[in-house]
Design a protein around this ligand. Structure first.
Ligand SMILES: NC(=O)c1ccc[n+]([C@@H]2O[C@H](COP(=O)([O-])OP(=O)(O)OC[C@H]3O[C@@H](n4cnc5c(N)ncnc54)[C@H](O)[C@@H]3O)[C@@H](O)[C@H]2O)c1
Length: 402
């Protein structure tokens, strides 16, 4: 027997980087929430009070809300116990860098028999434009007119809980009832909601990430241009921005990586039949940064047998997420040159992808290596003593009196 009143909300993929902060944010606002996930091991960890990744504020929110307003389950039957479902499962790209439609579609086909027309289904994973039309047609063919919405996630990892409460939420739906439920739900969290059509919302989500990716590529291209011409990019960056409002959003150089920006740029390229030249150009520049570092080092001296340390393996500063991190690409390129490469990180424990002997503490890495490359700008590296070392810091992260 189903009981749609047991929970107000079910977050599907509720143990993930997008799902868990969302579940906790709603639970913290008093929404009785069930986080459903297929990963039973992670559920058990979370139930014992452990947050499986670095994300500000989650531990406190979990302590406060677990088994009061937040519950967890790996039993699919809980999908029948909430009036609103939010889907946050992963949406990867394949080996041709085209979106994989199957995870979302398989999920929808799999759970359809459990769902009823009284429910509201909110997609939140980043999706290929047109996916919402597919989902609507799918349920129409099943004669199950549940409300279908798309309310994209636009948060930065590490700051999700804070940003969920600070930023407006884009909402979209195919019917008035869906729009009303999404509006009512997200008004309990976000300062305001902004309504678009489902296709507009799909594109708004991708445009948001791709805009950032392209901006990073501009900074990275200018960085290479300046440094190759013997000029200091960071001095130019500071001068361009000083008291000049129109350049304030000009980012610094760095590795533009992680599970979203590159993938979303490729989704948009695929959507536009691979005529998204700007996106492909951004990809070439951003993905070329590790090559640029290798080439710059190689120009100075042969890298064979050199001991090179990469400080920071996460895809950005002060988080532990190494998914699609360019620090790993750099490691591979340097190893191919015959260098002996060591890695370190403040948050990631080095237990995957590399040999145990390659992973050192930052102190040991500094002691053993002659060349140090900042792979992720963790705060802990800002004031380290690098004297006597060749240091590569494309991010301009290290304090200069070092
Ligand atoms: N990580 C972010 O900060 C972020 C930001 C914006 C958008 N997104 C988008 O959110 C989506 C999820 O990304 P993520 O980083 O949270 O991924 P993730 O891998 O951290 O989380 C996905 C979760 O879904 C679970 N899962 C997978 N298939 C499932 C199924 N069939 N039923 C129930 N649970 C299932 C997994 O076990 C995992 O816990 C992606 O589309 C991503 O692009 C993520």
């Amino acid at each position: 027997m189903t009981n749609l009143q047991k929970f107000e909300l079910c977050i599907v993929g509720g143990c993930g980087h997008a799902g868990l902060p969302l579940a906790l944010a709603f639970a913290d606002r008093g929404v009785k929430t069930i986080a459903y996930d297929i990963n039973q091991k992670t559920i058990e960890k979370i139930e014992s009070g452990f947050i499986p990744f670095v994300e500000e504020g989650l531990e406190g929110a979990l302590k406060k809300n677990l088994n009061k307003t937040l519950f967890l389950s790996s039993n699919k039957a809980v999908l029948q116990e909430a009036s609103t479902l939010i889907i946050t499962i992963g949406t990867p790209v394949d080996e041709h860098i085209n979106p994989q439609y199957t995870p979302v579609m398989k999920f929808i086909q799999d759970v359809e028999p459990l769902l009823s027309e009284d429910q509201t289904l909110i997609m939140r994973s980043t999706i290929f434009p047109g996916t919402m039309d597919y989902i609507r047609s799918f349920f129409e063919e099943k004669n199950k007119p549940l409300s279908i919405c798309f309310c994209p996630e636009r948060l930065a990892e590490g700051k999700a809980l804070e940003e969920l409460k600070a930023f407006p939420q884009i909402i979209s739906a195919f019917d008035e009832r869906g729009l009303e439920s999404a509006q009512k739900l997200f008004s309990r969290l976000a300062p305001k909601t902004i309504t678009l059509s489902p296709r507009e919302a799909e594109l708004a989500k991708l445009f948001t990430n791709v805009w950032r990716y392209i901006k990073f590529s501009v900074a990275n291209q200018f960085f290479m241009m300046a440094e190759d011409g013997g000029a200091n990019f960071n001095k130019i960056w500071n001068a361009m921005r000083e008291d000049y409002p129109r350049a304030q959003d000009f980012p610094k150089a760095g590795f533009a990586a992680g599970p979203c920006l590159f993938k979303d740029t490729m989704q948009l390229a695929s959507y536009y039949n691979h005529k998204f030249f700007l996106g492909h150009a951004a990809m070439l520049v951003n993905e070329g940064m590790p090559d640029y570092i290798r080439d710059t080092l190689k120009k100075k001296e042969p890298l064979r047998k050199k001991k090179i340390g990469i400080l920071g393996m996460a895809f950005k500063g002060d988080i532990d997420d190494v998914r699609e991190s360019l620090a790993f690409k750099l490691r591979k390129l340097l190893m191919f040159e015959g260098a002996q490469v060591f890695c370190s990180d403040e948050f990631w424990d080095g237990n995957q992808f590399i040999e145990k002997s390659e992973f050192l503490t930052k102190e040991e890495l500094l002691r053993q290596c002659d060349i140090i490359v900042i792979g992720a700008p963790h705060t802990a590296y800002k004031r380290l003593n690098f004297s006597g070392k060749t240091i590569v810091d494309i991010w301009d992260h290290i304090e200069k009196n070092n």
